[in-house]
Design a binder for this molecule. Structure first.
Ligand SMILES: Nc1ncnc2c1ncn2[C@@H]1O[C@H](COP(=O)(O)OP(=O)(O)O)[C@@H](O)[C@H]1O
Ligand SMILES: [Mg+2]
Length: 383
């Protein structure tokens, strides 16, 4: 038979709620059919309450909740969290000024939950931070025209991803024509992709690899291109594969800032490895046409699937944006790719130097995060 103890006056109802065990109050409440065959032969002190589970498994069957010295030595399993910790359920304050005010004014008794905007933001961050198992994902950022914002988009996207994701994100500058990606974050090293190619055999750990990259406060890592255009132009298919193979050991997401020449030999492995693309378009007619032609070239060269999985970043900061119907450009791209995100003009970016996430306008950060969410959706596990 189950041994029973009278409940003590100090027994708390919250204890009941937090335990999967059944508290035995009174002999009359236990039908014989239930208690038959169960036995707990641990003697207990008079002021203790025993919690008896419905299964006859030895130590897991009970836990002491209340103070008092047991007449016999206790097994270590009785030192449970529930018994030893003074756990008070902490109310999490809602996000949103109105919701927060009600919460405080009612002494934490009325919790309306987060505001709609706060919930939407949490959902967006959850989309960006979606985990994926297995192979490293590759996302090139490209278009056939220079100066439309490829490097800016790579930086913004990389920062949005890096700060919300648990895994590591790197942006590689594979522009054969004097890339400027590394100038967008504080420079920590003079090493470049060329250094990685030359020293690849000796890179055996992440600590070794860190020597070659610069890091931003958002946790974005950047691998610079070669500042010498002759060397940068010589960076070819083989070199990119070496760099990508090394980086893929330490990063689950590799962004590649590309040059304008889509037929340059370095582009072949970039396209072959790509899981999704970000195509950058400016807001003028020629910029939109060149971005659209980039899509056509990809479609006719065997990358139609990639085109369908692309996101167009429509940079509205370029000259001429004010003169054209942006909605029509957006409609055009919407008919061809998965998503379109507008990147607004931001004076902090226009300075052309290091980009500090916290100094960006909120609408710029929002656009970068939306772009990041769309990109992750294109490379998540089921893609
Ligand atoms: N959204 C923006 N707001 C302000 N300036 C921008 C924006 N996008 C790009 N720029 C500026 O335009 C110039 C070219 O951008 P960049 O990203 O380097 O283009 P690309 O890599 O395509 O050549 C840079 O000086 C950059 O600071
Ligand atoms: Mg660039």
């Amino acid at each position: 038979m189950v041994e029973r103890k009278r409940p003590t006056a100090s027994a708390k109802s919250s204890d009941k709620a937090s335990s999967p065990l059944t508290e035995v109050d009174d002999a009359a409440t236990i039908p014989d059919a239930v208690t038959e065959g169960l036995s707990v032969d641990v003697p207990i002190s008079a002021d203790a309450t025993l919690l008896v589970s419905a299964t006859p498994d030895s130590e897991a069957m009970y836990s002491r909740r209340h103070s008092g010295v047991s007449a016999t030595p206790e097994p270590s399993s009785m030192l449970t969290d529930v018994r030893l910790l003074d756990v008070k359920e902490k109310q999490v304050a809602p996000v949103g000024w109105y919701q927060r005010a009600i919460f405080e004014l009612t002494f934490h008794t009325v919790n309306l939950g987060d505001s709609r905007r706060a919930r939407a933001r949490k959902e967006l961050i959850a989309r960006i931070s979606t985990t994926f198992n297995g192979d490293t994902r590759y996302v090139p950022i490209l278009t056939r025209k220079g100066g439309v914002g490829k490097t800016t988009t790579t930086t913004l996207l990389g920062m949005a991803l890096a700060q919300h994701r648990e895994d590591r994100v790197i942006a590689i500058d594979a522009n054969p024509d004097r890339g400027t990606l590394a100038e967008r974050i504080p420079r920590e090293t003079k090493n470049t992709i060329r250094s990685v190619v030359l020293k690849a055999p000796s890179i055996g750990s992440f600590t070794d690899f860190v020597e070659f990259i610069s890091r931003d406060v958002t946790r974005l890592h950047v691998l610079a291109s070669d500042p010498d255009p002759t060397l940068a132009d010589a960076f070819d298919e083989y070199d990119y594969n070496v760099v990508a193979d090394v980086a893929s050991r330490y990063y689950s997401l590799i962004l590649t800032d590309c040059g304008t020449g889509i037929v340059h030999s370095v582009m072949r492995p970039i396209f072959q490895r790509a899981n999704a693309l970000v195509i950058v378009s400016g807001g003028s007619i020629d910029e939109a046409r060149l971005a659209s032609e980039t899509l056509s070239w990809l479609e006719s060269n065997g990358y139609a699937d990639l085109v369908r999985n692309s996101v167009v970043a429509l940079n509205t900061a370029t000259q001429g944006t004010m003169l054209v119907k942006l909605d029509e450009i957006e409609n055009h791209f919407r008919s061809r790719v998965r998503e379109v995100v507008r990147i607004p003009y931001d004076p902090h970016i226009a300075a052309g130097s290091v980009i500090t996430w916290s100094k960006l306008n909120k609408i710029t950060r929002d656009a970068a995060e939306l772009l990041a969410a769309f990109v992750v959706e294109g490379i998540a596990p089921n893609k």
